[in-house]
Design a protein around this ligand. Structure first.
Ligand SMILES: NC(=O)c1ccc[n+]([C@@H]2O[C@H](COP(=O)([O-])OP(=O)(O)OC[C@H]3O[C@@H](n4cnc5c(N)ncnc54)[C@H](O)[C@@H]3O)[C@@H](O)[C@H]2O)c1
Ligand SMILES: O=c1ccn([C@@H]2O[C@H](COP(=O)(O)OP(=O)(O)O[C@H]3O[C@H](CO)[C@@H](O)[C@H](O)[C@H]3O)[C@@H](O)[C@H]2O)c(=O)[nH]1
Length: 480
């Protein structure tokens, strides 16, 4: 029986390994992590991450051929294939701080593999890493190998949170990069055989190591670039009376452009886009490609601009101050169907409003209060650390309360900011909400999911990103 061990039981390691176990009943899969509470949660009824369909998959194979363990060294030693799916956040200190990927967790995992291995292994880069990481990892493994043969493969993951299970069941492609030697090709074939249990052969792409590593960064840069492009257009739409949804629809009909990833928003979030683009920028700079670095840097800068623009709209619409005013925040996760808040635009928007002394009442169906308080009070460099390395207590922010439903959040509020596109926000009783709010009552839709005409009929003053402005908002222009 082939044995797989995956180091890192996070958003990627957990779901990907659960799907491999489900689709390959003859393979034993063990997911290991040094953060014990996560392992305990994976072995309980309350999984550590919220992901539609995940519970079902885990229930079908946990205890049969899928296991979660904190016994990292034992399972690595026994495995034929070791996936490394540890976090690779942006470096916060030292050379490349603020841009380069922090490979501390990766390096310590590689050293541990070298230390405990007693048999040949295929080591698979699942984490998103800088180009040429495989070369560095090879050096660590071979310098400590005691005659053991390690083959390194790059197999970046393309799942998106909220749709992880369907993305894993039907991936657009699986990418495997390896050495162009006979041993390298044999290792590629072994990993291909795993995916071939459910992925059609034409969707499994094999490349050299560096193409696979770079393709992952390139894919995220291209996706994020589309969002920044449409968000940049949204500012121009507001200035000219064009409607960004109509523009997106019109350009997306061009089959060369396509309709996806053209939704204007308060900005992209998530643990990947910003980190991976900054990593790409750093790699370009290290290779002396200043113009290329500046091109990609602009994608992140437009994203920051979009968040600032949103905050400025809120404040300027409300007579240029939100001091002491209750603002309801609907949605805190970086997108719907996840409880993940890493790099969520809600953090920037809330901090901006708190900076103008607003009183925030926050509701998100999947994000617990402690997480929101921690996100708003911690320094960014602390948030990038894995949970077990973060300071234990975060100072609660007095101006913030987290509540259990949207009605409580909006009661007595002056304005509502919709920051995540949760489906339940579309079907709320907005007449009741309006009746219970201060007047004039504002809605700032950061996701373009509200029925604007209906809200205006009720009496709300509504701002939607990239849409023709209410007369009220035209008179109160925001300076970005
Ligand atoms: N989150 C996504 O949607 C997504 C999608 C594609 C790729 N990625 C990439 O996958 C990687 C993992 O992302 P994630 O979101 O799953 O991260 P995560 O923080 O949720 O999980 C990483 C886990 O690795 C564990 N870990 C760190 N060092 C370890 C070690 N030495 N031994 C054992 N466990 C260790 C941590 O405790 C943590 O639980 C990153 O490189 C990320 O860029 C993420
Ligand atoms: O038209 C759009 C599409 C997305 N977003 C925002 O962009 C962010 C990222 O969304 P999405 O890409 O759906 O989620 P992620 O889980 O971050 O997935 C991205 O990052 C992963 C980690 O690398 C990759 O594996 C995925 O392929 C890639 O889509 C979220 O804040 C979305 O709200 C928009 O604002 N407009």
């Amino acid at each position: 029986m082939v044995k797989i061990c995956c180091i890192g039981a996070g958003y990627v390691g957990g779901p990907t390994m659960a799907v491999i176990a489900l689709k390959c009943p003859k393979i034993e899969v063990v997911v290991v992590d040094i953060f014990e509470p996560r392992i305990i949660a994976w072995n309980s009824d309350q999984l550590p991450i919220y992901e539609p369909g995940l519970d079902d998959v885990v229930k079908q194979c946990r205890g049969k051929n899928l296991f979660f363990s904190k016994d990292v060294e034992k399972h690595v030693a026994e495995a034929d294939i070791v996936f490394v799916s540890v976090n690779t956040p942006t470096k916060t200190q030292g050379l490349g701080a603020g841009k380069a990927a922090d490979l501390t967790y990766w390096e310590s995992a590689a050293r541990m593999i070298a230390d405990v291995s007693k048999s040949d292994k295929i080591v698979v880069e699942k984490s998103t890493v800088p180009v040429k990481t495989a070369e560095a990892i090879e050096k660590i493994l071979t310098h400590n190998s005691k005659g053991i043969n390690f083959q390194i493969l790059s197999n970046p993951e393309f799942l998106a949170e909220g749709t992880a299970i369907q993305d894993l069941f039907k991936p657009d492609r699986v990418l495997i990069g390896g050495r162009e030697t006979p041993e390298g090709q044999k290792a590629i074939q072994a990993l291909k055989d795993v995916y071939a249990h459910w992925v059609p052969a034409e969707r499994i792409i094999c490349t050299n190591l560096w193409s696979a590593e770079l393709s992952k960064l390139a894919a995220n840069a291209f996706l994020a670039q589309r969002i920044s492009s449409v968000n940049a257009m949204s500012a121009l739409c507001e200035a000219t009376g064009a409607d960004v949804s109509q523009v997106s629809h019109a350009i997306g009909k061009d089959t060369r452009i396509g309709p996806k990833f053209l939704n204007a928003s308060v900005g992209f979030g998530g643990s990947c886009f910003q980190k991976d683009i900054l990593n790409l920028v750093y790699i370009c700079e290290c290779n002396g490609l200043t113009e290329v670095a500046n091109y990609w840097k602009q994608v992140v800068q437009v994203n920051e601009y979009q968040k600032t623009r949103f905050v400025n709209r809120v404040v300027s619409s409300m007579f240029n101050t939100v001091s002491g005013k209750k603002i309801a925040i609907l949605g805190f996760a970086f997108k719907k169907d996840t409880g993940d808040t890493r790099e969520t635009p809600a953090i920037g928007v809330c901090r901006g409003l708190l900076g103008d002394k607003a009183i925030l009442s926050i509701y998100d169906p999947q994000v617990p209060q402690e997480q929101i308080q921690r996100d708003l009070s911690m320094h960014k460099s602390e948030l990038d650390k894995p949970p077990h390395l973060r300071p234990v207590s975060a100072i609660a922010i007095e101006q913030v309360t987290c509540v259990r439903d949207a009605y409580e959040a909006t009661k007595g509020a002056h304005g509502i900011c919709v920051l995540t596109e949760w489906d339940e926000f579309k079907t709320l009783d907005y007449q009741k909400i309006y009746n219970d709010m201060q007047k004039p009552a504002f809605v700032f839709d950061g996701r373009n999911v509200m029925d604007v005409d209906k809200l205006r009929q009720i009496g709300f003053i509504v701002y939607s990103i990239g849409k023709p402005l209410d007369a009220w908002l035209k008179d109160m222009p925001a300076v970005a």
